[in-house]
Write a protein that binds this ligand. Sequence first.
Ligand code: TPP
Length: 565
Amino acid sequence: SCGTLGGHLARRLVQIGVRDVFSVPGDFNLTLLDHLIAEPQLNLVGCCNELNAGYAADGYARAKGVGACVVTFTVGGLSVLNAIGGAYSENLPVICIVGGPNSNDYGTNRILHHTIGLPDFSQELRCFQTITCAQAVVNNLEDAHELIDTAISTALKESKPVYISISCNLSGIPHPTFAREPVPYFLAPKVSNQIGLEAAVEATAEFLNKAVKPVLVGGPKLRAAKAQQAFVELADACGYPIAVMPSGKGLVPENHPHFIGTYWGAVSTSYCGEIVESADAYVFVGPIFNDYSSVGYSLLIKKEKAVIVQPNRVTIGNGPSLGWVFMADFLTALAKRLKKNSTAVDNYRRIFVPPGIALKRENNEPLRVNILFKHIQEMLGGDTAVISETGDSWFNCQKLHLPENCGYEFQMQYGSIGWSVGATLGYAQAAKDKRVIACIGDGSFQVTAQDISTMIRCGQRSIIFLINNGGYTIEVEIHDGPYNVIKNWDYTGLVDAIHNGEGKCWTAKVRTEDELAEAIATATGTHKDSLCFIEVFVHKDDTSKELLEWGSRVSSANSRPPNPQ
Ligand code: TPP
């Protein structure tokens, strides 16, 4: 029997766990889309633009482990690049599929539409090369299945996005190769080098067992290394306190008895920074120390006291660094070799005084940001997920205490504003058992607002808090100027216009705590099955205290003068 290339790709997507593909049609991908639709287990989600389709695939991959989008040659491809760059930075396997030129045009000097007008067939490919871990340009049937399977398995193995371009005339041609089963693609399991693993565990155990008050800190690469469970087992076994880096929030259980908060240098949660920085040994598991997460390079962390565990390497103080040692293997083996030491947890509990509770204000007093987040905190449970946009939401959401199984997603390494709208669409589509609570600043929302449309079309029931503070506040705290003031929109009016009477959508504007409480009651009551959009008005200078501190430190890091020549 014969299959088709389009059918083959559709089947592979289903086999790796994709059920929804985010797409924008174009003449180069139409036939391919027909074949994706023909696969009963695949649902095509048409988006308003490619950037959002890419962000949706990113959000989907966060919930499901893998995501996919389909765009058209160059005009679509170049539009989705920013989203794919973001997925790379967050170690998300996103399969980015492009409907490409007719196979007969390769090797000619023809000029194609939707390109920059040069007879250059590699221009789009070259753009994708630096933001994907593998690229497949499929322009003949002979090795098509091999190219596709290699790209897909590389994405899963590396936990990074890949680019697959398929000539527009190939998707529908019957070809015996594509009917062949079982699955020829194969994912070789990563097995640690036993000698390296043993040496790393030995050296780390010796290092930590002589420490007085060691601590464990989880970072963002726990996800890609699939080591969250091993991290918790290690924490249980050794008795050390566990903290999370800001970019790793959501990957470390905050209901764990040893959890002490977010380690973020000068803007850490109460008492967490003090405990981590005063420890005589710390284990950072999957960290990224960038200028933002290190609060303008101001962390008081010393390499000689640190064990750094990366997905495939362990470095012990200033001493040995062992490669081809995988994180989960290492943590599991280490758990059996550490002496139990709860000194730092005990110290934390002795000094800890809970942070003050935001006061209830008078009825018609303007709403303050910390009151808003007090209410959001109360909404959280195992059946919710928080999506936090770049901006002051980073800092406010960072302080939310996550109940067991509550999801948490943001994009701290890349920090591209507008990401959260597409990511909310994709995450909600993948995690139907959770209600997404998205916190989005007005400036970010202006970038990608259109795909509220797709959320309504898909019948999603996320709750979006649009925080209207009239500007790019995070930027104000780094460096202010007239460019940080934005045009005020009627945000609920915009969403109502997109809703246009089709589907379930409910909007409200709130200016006081009472109005907020009422809106939340409606969103979780009468409108629990609707997309709920709550525009919250706050003062333009009402920010988290963490943003103020962080902003000054990032500002001074940005403005370091050039070194003298
Ligand atoms: N362009 C992109 C694509 N990403 C960025 N991060 C920036 C520009 C720079 N930038 C970072 S945060 C920000 C901007 C413009 C403003 C965010 O404003 P808003 O969403 O209103 O949140 P607020 O800071 O007010 O909480």
